[in-house]
Design a protein around this ligand. Structure first.
Ligand code: SF4
Ligand code: SF4
Length: 189
């Protein structure tokens, strides 16, 4: 059965996927302007929830690892000496939108990456990130139950992944044409 509170329960137990190791912020996933705007629509006045970050080596390496076989495109989208936007974190590495009972955003306003986590399609399979820290994975004990607990399906995960790819400037599926580089807010500042 789906558990809409599994991430809230995870937040009560300790660090979740919404927390970074202090000092590792550079590796955080990027945020598109569209995703930022959706957050601000849901929570006007949360301008402090975002940070400008350089396209540093750790970030670019993470991005290339997320999209194997598309390294050249990733390098063009996130060039050296460029910048991207990410979620801001506090001194303990906690996302500024993380409340005591989990994310303060309604689900549909969360960044695509947050909505996908811990799932990530790779070819025909679906990978699970940070399984040891994820309460949903520990309770689900397998992909089928994990999808049910998170109230999603493999089809939904793939659709959401396609939207994330588009938001970040990649085609919705590897090899398809039509993607435009995202406008990174950081480049405008
Ligand atoms: S936006 Fe919400 S789900 Fe995403 S990292 Fe922040 S608190 Fe977590
Ligand atoms: S996705 Fe997993 S790690 Fe992230 S808050 Fe939910 S249960 Fe915790």
């Amino acid at each position: 059965m789906a558990d809409p509170h599994v991430c809230q329960r995870c937040a009560l137990l300790g660090p979740t996927c919404c927390c970074l190791e202090p000092g590792s912020e550079q590796g955080c996933f990027p945020l598109s302007e569209t995703e930022r705007d959706r957050i601000l629509e849901a929570l006007p006045g949360e301008a402090g929830a975002f940070a400008r970050e350089a396209n540093g080596p750790a970030f670019v390496a993470n991005m290339k690892a997320l999209f194997p076989g598309e390294e050249e495109l990733v390098a063009r989208l996130f060039p050296e000496r460029g910048f991207h936007m990410r979620l801001a974190v506090d001194g303990r590495g906690r996302c500024r939108l993380l409340g005591p009972r989990g994310c303060v955003l309604p689900r549909e306003a969360r960044p695509h990456y947050c909505r996908l986590f811990p799932l990530w399609p790779v070819g025909r399979s679906i990978q699970v990130f940070a399984a040891e820290r994820c309460l949903a994975w520990r309770e689900g004990r397998g992909m089928r139950r994990l999808l049910v607990l998170l109230d999603t399906t493999e089809k939904s995960v793939r659709e959401l992944h396609g939207r994330l790819r588009l938001a970040w400037g990649l085609p919705p599926e590897r090899g398809l044409p039509g993607a435009q580089p995202p406008t990174q807010a950081g480049e405008k500042q």
